[in-house]
Design a protein around this ligand. Structure first.
Ligand SMILES: Cc1cc2nc3c(=O)[nH]c(=O)nc-3n(C[C@H](O)[C@H](O)[C@H](O)COP(=O)(O)OP(=O)(O)OC[C@H]3O[C@@H](n4cnc5c(N)ncnc54)[C@H](O)[C@@H]3O)c2cc1C
Length: 398
């Protein structure tokens, strides 16, 4: 790893590096300069030191033989006895990427006793090999032990790419693995492509969503990427599944975890906006909080839920779980009706995969109309009451 080096012979403990550090990453302790985890390697301390006592030791440049790494591996996150739906989407993308470079698709499942049965289901989706790590000690997600199991699988299989769901579990697991393999990880990818030389092109919004960055990991393997739920298309079943399930074991010492699970409680599951086929979205064009009731009714009449843009969450009108966008949820409904939403890129990044977009906005130049299938240039207060009347009359008819 790259590191800062303080030459104790030259250092006079003047403290200028400590004062000049914008991240408070340096401390004068026990007669020496200590660097803490806040260090961003900005190297300002090197410039500040009048004695030239601070230097930056570069990591030795590593390059791996890419031909030694084959296959696209998907981490299979379990939800109780079932498989998290993001896994099917990752398999869909893994199959597309694998077809490009003629590699196999692998899956790795980690869990308690029931995990083998769940793993078998994946063969129907065209996975070539499903590696199963099933053990009582792995019944609950404990990131250190799970990372040991997945790392064992990676060492055994040497995949070129590892795809992980950008869930709470995936966001905890993937960075640990990437660090262990001293390789790159791109979080929250919205698109993935692969080059002929197997470099994964990891595409995601950057700089507040104003650009789409293309990130590659040219020198190391495997290449880790996390992808949010509802971003990729779900894998379809194949006609002639021919894959196999391989049961694996890791040494008992690798199952020891520093995390003790005292109790588990299943949270009451509410249907989130990500799982909805129909969404009505309230934007800042809604003038008062009480007017959300009208949009709630519209959502109900269409058989869906109300969602919103970020400003409505910030003003406390809607809950953060209802926010669509870059810093909210990604949705892919069959129908989305946006009401008084301008269509900022940070919003559309979370919903442009919707099948049918209906936009209502008074401004005909609003960016939302660039991606909408149906554009209604009008005041939402003119449109919604009439629409509601029609839908509710239809509902009462039968
Ligand atoms: C790093 C970062 C992350 C962000 N993440 C998100 C995110 O996740 N989600 C998100 O939503 N935003 C996000 N934003 C904010 C985003 O840039 C926009 O500010 C926000 O999406 C605008 O919300 P809006 O469309 O509701 O409001 P506005 O942009 O103010 O648009 C209101 C629209 O309503 C129309 N209108 C007004 N009155 C009426 C009426 N009576 N009838 C019909 N139309 C009417 C107006 O013409 C206008 O187009 C983020 C910003 C940053 C910098």
């Amino acid at each position: 790893m790259a590191a800062l080096y303080f030459d104790e012979k030259k250092c006079t403990l003047c403290g200028q590096c400590v004062e000049g550090c914008p991240f408070n990453a340096l401390r004068l302790e026990n007669g020496r300069i200590e660097v803490n985890a806040a260090c961003k390697m900005c190297k300002l301390c090197i410039k500040k030191c009048p004695e030239g006592a601070v230097s930056f030791l570069e990591d030795e440049k590593r390059t791996v033989d890419k031909s030694q790494y084959t296959g696209i591996m998907v981490y299979v996150e379990m939800e109780g006895a079932g498989i998290h739906p993001v896994v099917y989407e990752l398999i869909g993308k893994a199959r597309e990427l694998a077809a490009e470079v003629k590699h196999p698709v692998y899956a790795v499942c980690v869990g308690g006793d029931g995990v083998g049965a769940a793993a078998k289901k994946l063969l129907a989706y065209g996975v070539d090999k499903v590696y199963v790590y099933s053990h009582k000690a792995l019944e609950h997600f404990r990131v250190d032990a799970y990372a040991n199991a997945v790392a064992d699988c990676i060492n055994r299989v040497k995949p070129s790419v590892v795809l992980v769901g950008a869930t709470a579990v995936g966001r905890s697991l993937a960075p640990r693995l990437a660090t262990r393999f001293r390789t790159g990880l791109t979080a929250d990818c919205t698109q993935l492509e692969i080059k002929e030389n197997t470099d994964l092109v990891q595409i995601r919004p950057a700089f507040g969503g104003n650009i789409m960055a293309q990130i590659i990991t040219p020198a190391t393997r495997p290449q880790f990427a996390t992808v949010r739920y509802k971003v990729m298309d779900r894998a379809q079943k194949v006609d002639d599944p021919s894959g196999e399930v391989i049961h694996c074991e890791i040494p008992e010492r690798a199952l020891i975890s520093g995390i003790q699970v005292l109790e588990t409680r299943v949270l009451e599951k509410h249907k989130g906006i990500e799982d909805e086929d129909v969404l009505v979205v309230a934007g800042k064009g809604v003038k008062a909080q009480k007017d959300l009731e009208m949009l709630e009714r519209l959502a109900k009449a269409l058989g869906g839920q109300l969602a919103s843009t970020r400003p409505l969450v910030e003003s406390g009108w809607t809950h953060y779980t209802k926010q669509i966008g870059l810093s909210g949820r990604t949705v892919k409904p069959k129908l989305i009706v946006t009401c008084g939403v301008s269509g900022a890129i940070q919003f559309t990044a979370g919903m442009n995969g919707a099948e049918c977009i209906v936009a209502i906005n008074t401004d005909r130049e609003a960016p939302i109309f660039k991606i909408a299938n149906y554009c209604i240039v009008d005041d939402l207060y003119n449109i919604i009451p009439g629409l509601l009347k029609m839908l509710e009359a239809k509902e009462s008819e039968g």
